[in-house]
Design a protein around this ligand. Structure first.
Ligand SMILES: Nc1ncnc2c1ncn2[C@@H]1O[C@H](COP(=O)(O)OP(=O)(O)O)[C@@H](O)[C@H]1O
Ligand SMILES: [Mg+2]
Length: 450
C-alpha cells in the first residue's frame, strides 16, 4: 500500500472523549470512528488488525477441530422464550419488532440459536463430539459503553459451542478450548491468564476468564506471580488426547488466579507474600461448561448407545475479538504511539522515503516495495512529500513493528536503515539484506486464513 493512495485519517490532537490510551491511539491512528455511543466504524487500518485477529482465531479453532459457520445477528424471541432467557436477560438485550409485530432481538450471544440448529440436525451420539463456532457481531445495550472498543454496545465476538454425550467429554471440550485460547493469545503477542470466574447470566459450574494485565482493566484480579512465568510456546498438542489437554489445564490453572467475583482471601493469603499480586485486568475471553442447561429445556437430545434419548452436555466459549484490538494496544504502546506485535500488525513494515522526487531514493523504495510484496509481506510505503519528522511520527503512531528508511545519503553507500519500533534500534544494511531479515522475522507469523 502506498500512503498517497491509502485512507489513513490520523489526528494531530488528542481526542477529548478518550479516557484510556488504546481508545486515544485508535482514534489518532485513524483506525476507527465512533458512529454513535458504543458503536464504531472500522476504518481501513483498524479493519486490517481486526481481520488479522479473526484469522488467528480461525486458525487456532480449526486446529482444535472446531467448525466455523455463521449465524445471523437478528434472532427470533421465541427461541429465547424456550430457554427462559427472554425475560431474564433484561435491558442489555436490544429488542426489536418487525413489520408483522413479531418479537425479534439483536443477538447478545447464541446459545439458543445453536441449540436449535443442533436439535434439528443431530440425532445420534455417533455424531458427537461436535463443536461449532462463528465470529459475529453481538449487541448488548451496555448501560455505560466506554473505553472505545473495550466496552462497546456492538462488538465482534468469536463464540463457540460444544455438544457432547457425557460431562466427561464436555470437560475435554472445555480443556481443548482452554489450550486453543492460550495459543491464540500468545500468537497475538499477549499474555492472557486464565482465572477462575463467575458464570453470570450464562449459568454453569465451570468457567475461566482470560485476563490481560493492564492498569486500565475493568476487573480487579488476584494472582500468584508464578503464573506470569508460564508460556504455552510452540509445543505440539494433540487435541484429541484428553490427558494432554487436561495436563495443560492443570499447569495453567493450579496456581491462584481469580477475579474479584470469586476471590477467596484465605486462599490468597496462603501464597508466600512476595508472590501475591493484586492488579487490574482486561477480560479477553471466557470459557464455560454448563451441562444441560439449554439442552434440557430446548429438547436437544441424542439417542445414546442404549437407544434412549439423552440431553447433550454443552459449553460455550467466547473471545472478544474487537476488544482485543484495544487490549493489545493497552499492553503494547509507548508515548509515541502503538507498538504492534508482529503477529497482528496491519502492515509488516513501513518504508519511509526521505526524499520523494530523488530518482535514486524513489527507485530504491519502489524496488524494496516490490521485493517485499513478492515475498508475501505487506509494506506501507510513505511516498508522500511530507518532511521526515512528520513521516516518522506517523509511522510511530500507527505502530508498525519495523521501518525501512531510504535516503540518498545511505544509498550512496548501498544501504538503507532498518529500525525496530519496539527498541528504537537501527541497523544499516543493503536493501536485499533488509528484505531477507524481515522475511525471517515474519516467517513464524504468516497466517493462512480461512
Ligand atoms: N461490551 C463489550 N464490548 C466488547 N467486548 C465485549 C463486551 N462484552 C463482552 N465482550 C467480550 O466478549 C467475550 C465473551 O463475552 P462474555 O463472557 O459472554 O461477556 P461478559 O463476561 O461481559 O458477560 C468477553 O470475554 C469479552 O472479551
Ligand atoms: Mg465473560
Amino acid at each position: 500500500m502506498r500512503l498517497t493512495r491509502y485512507f489513513l485519517p490520523v489526528l494531530k490532537e488528542n481526542p477529548a472523549e478518550a479516557q484510556i490510551v488504546s481508545h486515544r491511539l485508535m482514534l489518532r491512528a485513524g483506525m476507527m470512528k465512533q458512529a454513535t455511543s458504543g458503536i464504531y466504524s472500522w476504518l481501513p487500518l483498524g479493519f486490517k488488525v481486526l481481520r488479522k485477529l479473526e484469522n488467528i482465531v480461525h486458525e487456532e479453532q480449526m486446529r482444535a477441530g472446531h467448525h466455523p459457520m455463521l449465524m445471523p445477528t437478528l434472532q427470533s424471541a421465541d427461541l429465547w422464550r424456550e430457554s427462559g432467557r427472554y425475560d431474564d436477560y433484561g435491558q442489555e438485550m436490544l429488542r426489536i419488532t418487525d413489520r408483522h409485530g413479531r418479537d425479534m432481538l439483536y443477538g447478545p450471544t447464541n446459545e439458543e440459536l445453536i441449540t436449535d440448529i443442533f436439535r434439528a440436525h443431530v440425532a445420534s451420539y455417533k455424531d458427537l463430539p461436535l463443536t461449532l463456532y462463528h465470529i459475529q457481531w453481538k449487541f448488548r445495550d451496555e448501560i455505560r459503553p466506554r473505553f472505545g472498543v473495550m466496552r462497546g454496545r456492538e462488538f465482534l465476538m468469536k463464540d463457540g459451542y460444544n455438544f457432547d454425550l457425557t460431562k466427561e467429554d464436555a470437560l475435554h471440550a472445555y480443556n481443548r478450548h482452554l489450550v486453543s485460547y492460550l495459543r491464540t493469545y500468545e500468537r497475538m503477542g499477549l499474555q492472557a491468564i486464565p482465572m477462575r470466574a463467575d458464570s453470570g447470566p450464562i449459568g454453569g459450574d465451570d468457567t475461566h476468564e482470560f485476563l490481560v494485565l493492564a492498569e486500565t482493566g475493568e476487573s480487579e484480579v488476584f494472582y500468584d506471580a508464578e503464573i506470569t512465568e508460564l508460556k504455552f510456546g510452540d509445543r505440539e498438542i494433540d487435541y484429541s488426547d484428553c490427558a494432554q489437554c487436561q495436563a495443560v489445564l492443570e499447569e495453567f490453572t493450579s496456581r491462584y488466579a481469580r477475579t474479584d467475583e470469586t476471590h477467596d482471601a484465605a486462599l490468597f493469603d496462603a501464597i508466600p507474600e512476595d508472590r501475591r499480586r493484586v492488579a487490574r485486568g482486561i477480560e479477553v475471553g471466557q470459557i464455560f461448561y454448563f451441562g444441560t442447561k439449554y439442552s434440557e429445556p430446548m429438547g436437544a437430545t441424542v439417542q445414546g448407545p442404549d437407544g434412549k434419548p439423552v440431553p447433550v452436555h454443552m459449553g460455550s466459549h467466547g473471545i472478544g475479538v474487537s476488544r482485543l484490538v484495544g487490549a493489545i494496544i493497552e499492553a503494547s504502546h509507548d508515548e509515541r504511539g502503538i507498538i504492534w506485535p508482529e503477529g497482528v500488525t496491519p502492515f509488516h513494515v513501513g518504508i519511509v522515503n526521505l526524499k520523494v522526487g530523488d530518482a535514486e531514493a524513489d527507485a530504491a523504495s519502489e524496488e524494496l516495495y516490490a521485493a517485499l510484496t513478492a515475498k508475501g509481506l505487506e509494506p506501507l510505503y510513505d511516498d508522500t512529500d511530507e518532511r521526515a519528522g512528520g513521516k516518522f511520527a506517523t509511522m510511530d503512531l500507527i505502530g508498525l513493528p519495523w521501518r525501512i528508511t531510504v535516503g540518498p545519503r545511505g544509498l550512496k553507500n548501498g544501504v538503507v536503515e532498518l529500525t525496530s519500533r519496539r527498541t528504537g534500534e537501527s541497523e544499516e544494511l543493503s536493501p536485499d539484506a533488509a528484505v531477507d531479515r524481515l522475511v525471517q522475522i515474519y516467517a513464524p507469523h504468516m497466517v493462512r486464513g480461512l
